[in-house]
Design a binder for this molecule. Structure first.
Ligand SMILES: [Zn+2]
Length: 423
């Protein structure tokens, strides 16, 4: 452009240009403007890769296989080495390839098998890249998975294989949206999602056939919020009839402003999960035992609950539109009172610290009431999980009744859009 502009200026400076020259210059300017302003066809977006942290805090990690792969230690240039690669944690991570020392790393080791040999991790082979993150004297293993294959792996980990296809399709769109939102949020981190309930349960070894089909038939579809952004489409096992509001149970500011999205904070809705094993439940636990866990949790996170003595009363003080508790007030025998968010109280009552909690005593959701029978706490509750967004048992039942995935999603995430973000 600059050369073109300069050539017009030179004409003007040297000889007065003829009418023809002016006309030519104007015509060329119009042509150039037309080209510059012509709407560009965007390259069609392609399916992204998701970085999944499949192992945490390992002492050693072995990448099996035969042949050669490129390995990069921290920010050094990559070198080619022979498989298998063994990494041992320490202050620095020690790397050996085919039993020969390669070097050490303090932050990250990247192994790229390219299109050639496959890496063997767990019981699965991988093409492409694997990263090992060195952290606190241990190693985290991060693999890269195409988003659609990741979604199929999540469906295989989150749903029962006998559940109907429309339930799988609804979960596929929700899980893809959650992953897309998390990928935006985690752009600065070395991984996007964890392999387990911290994000979504992902089956590393390979997906069910039905899960692959559900991903294929919803390919590229995500839910969007009222600003057109990917929705952090939370889901849980059993809503128990009283869905939760995201902003009421979690922070909704900073990097979690996404919890403020309208589709995650809808009004009360119909439900269909009465057949779920944890639709209603009861747990009987010693008041001293629970009080000690709540105190230990308060100590660990710096909450005033650390000063509580033996808990004598737990009452709901704020509710979601569905009636589900948002906040509890906890009082001890000395009448010391603290307010705790409902989901935090569930976490506090289950807090393991150095004393693991027997599986049958775990409080499964944050929707409960507590009665006291002498020194026994009787906790009666509804549902399993946090209760925000899609309820898997509701979705399974609605699918059996003939509802389509899109209809169910508009009940679970009221007001959400559905958009295809790549073909
Ligand atoms: Zn439900």
């Amino acid at each position: 452009m600059r050369r073109w502009w300069n050539s017009i200026r030179r004409w003007c400076a040297d000889d007065p240009p003829s009418v023809v020259a002016w006309a030519l210059a104007v015509a060329l300017s119009v042509l150039w403007l037309g080209i510059a302003l012509w709407p560009r066809t965007e390259a069609s977006p392609v399916e992204p890769m998701v970085r999944v942290r499949v192992q945490r805090a390992q002492a050693t990690v072995t990448l099996g296989g035969a042949g050669q792969a490129a390995i990069r230690l921290d920010d050094h240039p990559p070198v080619r080495v022979s498989l298998p690669i063994e990494v041992t944690a320490g202050e620095r991570a020690f790397v050996r390839a085919d039993r020969v020392d390669v070097g050490t790393a303090v932050v990250m080791i990247e192994v790229d098998a390219g299109d050639g040999p496959t890496l063997r991790v767990f019981d699965r082979t991988w093409n492409g890249r694997v990263r090992l993150l060195v952290r606190d004297g241990a190693i985290d293993l991060v693999i890269e998975e195409p988003l659609e294959r990741y979604v199929a792996g999540v469906l295989s980990g989150e749903l029962f294989s006998a559940w109907p296809m429309e339930c799988f399709r609804a979960q596929a769109i929700a899980s893809r949206s959650y992953a897309a939102q998390q990928m935006l949020r985690a752009a600065e981190r070395a991984y996007d999602v964890d392999v387990d309930e911290r994000d979504q349960v992902f089956v590393v070894s390979g997906p069910l056939e039905k899960a692959v089909e559900a991903a294929r038939s919803t390919r590229g579809l995500i839910l969007t919020d009222e600003h057109g952004q990917p929705l952090r489409a939370y889901f849980s096992s059993t809503c128990g009839g009283r869905p939760a509001s995201a902003r009421q149970i979690w922070p909704a500011r900073g990097s979690l402003i996404c919890n403020d999205a309208e589709p995650l904070n809808g009004p009360a809705r119909a439900h269909a999960c009465q057949g779920a094993p944890l639709y209603r439940w009861e747990r009987r636990r010693g008041a001293n035992e629970v009080s000690a866990r709540v105190r230990a949790w308060g100590e660990a996170v710096g909450h005033a609950a650390r000063r509580l003595g033996r808990v004598a009363q737990i009452e709901v003080v704020e509710q979601a539109p569905s009636g589900r508790p948002g906040w509890f007030e906890v009082a001890d025998v000395e009448q010391r009172r603290v307010r705790i968010k409902a989901d935090d109280l569930r976490v506090a009552m289950n807090y393991a610290g150095s004393r693991p909690l027997e599986r049958g005593l775990v409080i499964p959701s944050n929707d409960f009431e507590v009665a006291f029978e002498r020194d026994v706490m009787v906790v009666r509750g509804r549902g399993h999980g946090h209760g925000v967004g899609l309820c898997q048992y509701c979705a399974a039942e609605w699918a059996r009744q003939g509802f389509r995935a899109e209809q169910m999603l508009s009940a679970f995430y009221p007001g959400a859009g559905i958009e295809r973000v790549y073909e």
